[in-house]
Design a protein around this ligand. Structure first.
Ligand code: SAM
Length: 191
């Protein structure tokens, strides 16, 4: 029982691309109500419930308050785009670098397509910039966006720091929605 059906999108993406493994350090932006967090905590063994497997670390951030999830460090309510919020995440990382950075962040849609697009891209850029500061070599980054002209621009910027970038539309993401995900893999520090 997940807190939201969005869990299945991450499950599908992870089953196909193997993003999450026991012991991983994960930073998740836009985590409320916490369905992805539930999936991650289990797959990275953040609560240490699977003996004999490495124990991961999970940090979840959202503008909205969140109920606790065992094994997750929850920073909410917090606006991820603020520098002071990112500093809090970095403090919680406590010197660890991230294996995976996830963003399912989305603004409250106005219905004005171009405006909504701009706002979700701004969130995406904020995650990309922060991920560069805290990711380890080989790390992955998954960002939710809405289809539109400037997705390609973000994709190209990601390619400056990651060897591969894929556009992913998981089966459980409604076919008639503009939602898509960029999955960037193999982060290279100092490039
Ligand atoms: N992945 C979540 C789950 O499975 O439960 C669902 C996330 S929901 C689609 C998008 C979330 O992004 C909302 O909870 C919203 O509050 C959050 N969000 C939007 N802008 C944000 C920001 N600037 N900082 C942090 N979270 C933000």
């Amino acid at each position: 029982n997940y807190r939201a059906r969005s869990a299945f999108k991450l499950i599908e993406i992870d089953s196909k691309f193997n993003i999450l493994k026991p012991g991983d350090v994960v930073v998740e932006c836009g985590a409320a109500p916490g369905a992805w967090t539930q999936v991650c905590v289990k797959r990275i063994n953040a609560a240490g419930t699977v003996p004999g497997k490495l124990q991961g670390k999970h940090i979840a951030v959202d503008l909205q308050p969140m109920y606790p999830i065992e094994g997750a460090h929850i920073l909410a309510p917090l606006d991820f785009t603020k520098l002071s919020s990112q500093t809090k995440v970095t403090e919680l990382l406590d010197g660890c670098l991230a294996d995976v950075v996830l963003s399912d962040m989305a603004p409250a849609a106005t219905g004005v397509r171009e405006l909504d697009q701009d706002q979700i891209l701004t969130l995406g850029y904020s995650v990309m910039t922060y991920a560069q500061q805290i990711s380890k070599d080989g790390a992955k980054l998954l960002i939710k966006l809405w289809a539109g002209g400037r997705v390609k621009q973000l994709e190209n910027e990601l390619l400056l720091h990651y060897s591969r970038v894929k556009v992913v539309k998981p089966p459980s993401s409604r076919q008639d929605s503009a939602e898509l995900f960029l999955l960037a893999s193999n982060f290279r520090r100092n490039t």
